[in-house]
Design a protein around this ligand. Structure first.
Ligand SMILES: C[S@@+](CC[C@H](N)C(=O)[O-])C[C@H]1O[C@@H](n2cnc3c(N)ncnc32)[C@H](O)[C@@H]1O
Length: 440
């Protein structure tokens, strides 16, 4: 096997794995729950029966959140989408518009975020690769046997990450590399070519993974050029498909049909059935062709190059002012392709909450996590703007919910809050967390 080695991957001849800290989750807030629903949950809880599932928005570093999810969710997550930070301080800052002003407010990284940034990039690429490797190990443990993971990256670290994903998930489980053509490239790049795409690697846990083939609607041009035949009587448009097998080495499919001997795509019985159903048209030479109706077409399958999804632009309705926000259409394609209704979707770098919002709209269950308070608040607000959003809980990993609650609740006025106050609160948080190491 080919293996990528970086400084810090091995210690005393053994691979350095993730720190396994399993902290209990504390509820910071239950959102959108009626008094009756709350009472029902309490009744169920006290009677020892299972309470209804609540989607979870978790405020914390993935380093603590992922191992804390393992006791309950190992092997249970159906789909993981991650859009991890890479290479720039932008990953930990955001801009937002100040009401009644033309200015943008730029939030600088908090202490917790700065610490995470040091974990990630403190020693440059070496530490990033270790950080990424440890994440993928825990994510694999969370993924169900039929699950898939989508890892969204770009030219900064994508090529290194691919080798790590091969190592953790297995080369055989690599499904696709999707190229998302995200923008019109900047034309002011002086050297080299302007970058215009991101890369999304798809891995499955096994060959049994859920796969609902994504299809694109047929273009008008294609419809006109291919579906030009009209069926007399019904007026239905149709095209004629080849029925001869591309593989001549199929002796069981070689037979004579209406005087023509070929290797066909279907068995003799199916050919007879299609003939009886009026689905076969014969050419002047008597060769059978399959009648495919336009109104039955599901479109054409998407390839690995996705050029039809624009980035979130400044005028987009879905825009929430989060610098790295991804378009909902992108997540919709991913979630529909690799999960079914009721499945559990996880994103441990949720940012503005795109994956959670789309999962909610598509009837999937979700767990979303982010380190940043602004990310959590943006996601919460975004979810609440969805019609009939199901109640969800905001959680924090650790036993310091009271402290966290104060800090969390004060962020509704985070633009005015004094920086010193915020810093001391968060410093205490970090101190508490770092004292709570539980060896794995
Ligand atoms: C590229 S953004 C994700 C954007 C998101 N896909 C969206 O559509 O809004 C990466 C996110 O990872 C978060 N992050 C960085 N390090 C983290 C960590 N160690 N644990 C949890 N979240 C982290 C950042 O706060 C940021 O919101």
């Amino acid at each position: 096997m080919t293996e990528l080695i970086w400084d810090g991957k091995y210690k005393d001849g053994k691979k350095v794995g993730p720190v396994r800290i399993a902290l209990p989750f504390q509820t910071v807030e239950t959102v959108n729950e009626t008094a009756q629903e709350r009472q029902l949950t309490l009744d169920l809880l006290f009677s020892g029966r299972e309470t209804e599932w609540r989607n979870r928005l978790i405020w914390g570093d993935k380093k603590y959140v992922l191992p804390s999810l393992l006791p309950e969710f190992a092997g249970k997550v159906n789909l993981i989408y991650i859009d991890p930070p890479f290479a720039t301080g932008d990953d930990f800052s955001f801009s937002t518009e100040i009401p009644e002003s033309d200015d943008d407010f730029i939030k600088r990284p908090s202490i917790v975020e700065q610490k995470a940034y040091r974990d990630t990039w403190g020693r440059g690429l070496e530490s990033y690769l270790q950080w990424f490797y440890e994440t993928t190990i825990l994510l694999r443990e969370l993924l169900s046997e039929k699950g898939s993971i989508y890892v969204h990256l770009d030219w900064h670290v994508g090529h290194y990450a691919k080798t790590i994903l091969d190592e953790v998930f297995g080369q055989d489980n690599f499904l696709n590399e999707v190229v998302w053509v995200r923008s019109a490239p900047r034309s002011n790049v002086k050297r080299g070519l302007p970058a215009g795409h991101d890369t999304i690697f798809i891995y499955t846990r096994s060959a049994e993974s859920v796969w609902n083939r994504p299809m694109s609607a047929l273009s008008d041009e294609y419809t006109k050029s291919h579906y030009s035949n009209v069926e007399p009587g019904t007026g239905r448009f149709y095209t004629l498909d080849n029925m001869i097998s591309p593989n001549p080495d199929r002796p069981n499919l070689k037979y004579e049909w209406k005087g023509v001997t070929r290797v066909w795509r279907v068995t003799r019985e199916n050919m007879q059935r299609l003939h009886d159903e009026g689905r076969i048209v014969y050419t002047a030479q008597g060769v059978a062709r399959y009648k495919r109706y336009l109104d039955e077409s599901q479109g054409t399958p998407f390839t690995t190059v996705w050029q039809d999804i624009p980035p979130v632009n400044s005028k987009a309705i879905e825009r929430v002012g989060y610098r790295t926000q991804k378009p909902e259409a992108l997540l919709e394609r991913i979630i529909k392709a690799s999960s079914n209704k009721g499945d559990l979707v996880l994103d441990c770098y949720c940012g503005s909450g795109t994956s959670a919002a789309v999962a909610e709209k598509l009837g999937r269950n979700w767990i979303a996590c982010d380190l940043g308070r602004f990310a959590i608040h943006t996601t919460r607000k975004r979810l609440l703007s969805i019609d009939n959003v199901k109640p969800f809980v905001v959680l924090f990993p650790g036993r310091i919910a009271k402290l966290i609650q104060r800090s969390y609740l004060s962020s509704s006025c985070c633009l005015q809050e004094s920086q010193t106050q915020k810093s001391s609160l968060l410093r205490k948080t970090v101190e508490c967390l770092s004292r709570r190491k539980v060896p794995g």
